[in-house]
Design a protein around this ligand. Structure first.
Ligand code: CTP
Ligand code: CA
Length: 225
């Protein structure tokens, strides 16, 4: 077991975590989604709670139990996720693990879309969703430690460096998803910071979560007395 002993490393801290996919409605019965299982984000929330933090977990639609000691807020869309995240501030650290849908429909239909008999599907107009991590990066209540995740299939370090700068984050945890990671139980990650890259061996998602929380505890500024 991790984080045993008298002094829990995240006691007195508030850690804000997003996890899972978002669902963006097309009409009352259809939506845009992705294959995120939420497992890594939930494992991180569980590890933060074991380390003694107060934990707010903003979760997209997933089929996972709420980890012990975690306050969970369920949301569907990226816009709802952003509102829940801003509503949960201030936080000492924010770890944005969610696979937020990049686009939503320009206008979700109030009625189920029907085929019109022409054989031509109605066009689906998309607009970009708000960037939750990017919003926190320039927020008046920016957490002292702001961490993003990035699933990449190629040029993992290069893409993560670019995201670090673009989003104003302190770390990007780059996830190599070229193998069997989405929905799986282990993960191969690279921690990309302004100082360079730290690559971890492939580990179970729970072990990745514990290591991240140890690193977060070390990186946070000391608590005021
Ligand atoms: N993210 C977010 N809001 C979005 C999109 C992404 O908060 N609308 C966060 C994710 O939770 C993650 C990080 O940004 O922590 C990187 O997500 P990723 O999808 O890799 O970045 P994008 O900027 O969407 O770039 P890409 O075109 O590669 O998808
Ligand atoms: Ca994206």
């Amino acid at each position: 077991p991790d984080f045993e002993g008298a002094e829990l490393p995240l006691k007195g801290r508030h850690i804000l975590i997003t996890a899972g996919p978002t669902h963006e409605p097309i009409d009352p019965v259809r939506y845009i989604a992705n294959r995120s299982s939420g497992k890594q984000g939930f494992a991180i929330a569980a590890a933060a709670a074991r380390a003694g933090a107060r934990v707010t977990l903003v979760a997209g639609p997933v089929h996972l139990p709420t980890p012990a000691g975690v306050d969970r807020i369920d949301v569907e869309t990226a816009r709802d996720m952003l509102a829940a995240v801003e509503g949960a501030l201030p936080a000492d650290a924010a770890i944005m693990v969610a696979a937020v849908a990049d686009w939503r429909t320009a206008d979700a239909s109030g009625q189920k879309l029907k085929k019109d008999g022409s054989g031509k599907p109605a066009p689906l107009a998309l607009v970009e969703n708000p960037d939750i991590l990017g919003t926190l990066g320039k927020h008046a209540q920016r957490p002292a430690l702001l961490i993003g995740f990035a699933a990449e299939t190629e040029k993992v370090a290069e893409h993560a460096q670019a995201k670090l700068a673009r989003k104003g984050a302190d770390w990007i945890i780059a996830n190599d998803v070229s193998g069997d990671v989405m929905g799986g139980d282990s993960n191969s990650v690279h921690i990309v910071t302004a100082d360079g890259i730290e690559s971890w061996e492939q580990l179970p998602k729970d072990a990745v979560a514990t290591r991240i929380m140890e690193k977060v505890a070390h990186a946070l500024p000391p608590l005021p007395h």
